[in-house]
Design a binder for this molecule. Structure first.
Ligand code: IDP
Ligand code: MG
Length: 141
């Protein structure tokens, strides 16, 4: 068994639309554990570190602006292959084409903006997870 951890963010649109409970329900129903959870207004420094891989892309500035525009909920979840498993629960990046049954496919809708408001972030590899958990929850490092 490969128990691992991932960093999940409930983005500002999820918080503003009161979808925290619905999204957490899906994470818990899948059987993942919640190791840490906190709602906060992310600083520009945290967002710049978190999204460093996207610097220079056309959606980078609107992405950082959107993520800092209202509180997010940062979560560390744990479980067998949770990194891959949460990405599967979340669905593909664009909610319009994300499969029904996924968080983005069932609940996401805003795509016609400079940045895709797609409710959640999930780490995409063990290396990203370790790096992102260090940014959002340095005390867990
Ligand atoms: P992911 O969240 O599915 O891993 P990434 O490619 O890592 O997708 O992009 C990070 C975030 O940047 C996305 O979740 C979305 O909010 C935004 N984004 C990605 N690609 C685009 C785009 O082409 N236009 C606008 N926003 C985008
Ligand atoms: Mg990504």
């Amino acid at each position: 068994m490969t128990t691992e951890r991932t960093l999940i963010l409930l983005k500002p649109d999820a918080v503003q639309r009161s979808l925290r409970g619905e999204i957490l329900r899906r994470i818990e129903a899948k059987g993942y554990g919640i190791v840490a959870l906190s709602q906060r207004l992310a600083t520009e420094d945290v967002l710049a570190a978190h999204y460093a891989e996207h610097e220079g892309k056309p959606f980078y500035a609107p992405l950082v602006e959107y993520m800092g525009s209202a509180p997010v909920v940062a979560i560390v979840a744990e479980g067998e292959r949770v990194i891959e498993g949460f990405r599967s629960l979340a669905g593909t990046t664009d909610p319009t084409v994300a499969a029904p049954g996924t968080i983005r496919g069932d609940l996401g809708r805003q795509w016609d903006l400079p940045v895709i408001q797609n409710l959640v972030h999930g780490s995409d590899s063990p290396e990203s997870a370790a790096r992102e958990i260090g940014i959002w929850f340095p005390e867990l490092g």
